[in-house]
Design a protein around this ligand. Structure first.
Ligand SMILES: [Cu+2]
Length: 98
């Protein structure tokens, strides 16, 4: 029973602050160079719940890991990407990487 409790805690990301939560991949449109990737990384990393972000213009993706202490907000990430001047590919959702 105790084991199950801790397993559930881990699943829902309710653990010590500073730890990484789950990682999601976004399909992004409009990046053409490393500067574009940096623009997205800067904007997305400003979000309170984001632990780390890696954008790649070659694969047109942004990989976002949230903090274990906070919930992941897909819409907030999409808005941050838009505010940087790019766009999450129409009709796609963030996919869980790990
Ligand atoms: Cu660029």
């Amino acid at each position: 029973m105790r084991k199950l409790f801790f397993f559930l805690l881990m699943c829902f990301g309710v653990s010590a602050p500073g730890q990484a939560g789950q990682t999601y991949k976004f399909e992004v449109e409009g990046m053409t160079c490393g500067g574009c990737s940096s623009n997205i990384e800067k904007k997305v990393s400003e979000l309170e719940f984001v632990e780390s972000v890696k954008a790649d213009y070659k694969t047109n993706t942004a990989i976002v890991t949230h903090k274990a202490s906070a919930a992941f907000d897909e819409i907030a990430v999409a808005k941050a990407i838009e505010s940087a001047g790019y766009k999450v590919k129409e009709g796609t959702k963030a996919t869980l990487v790990q």
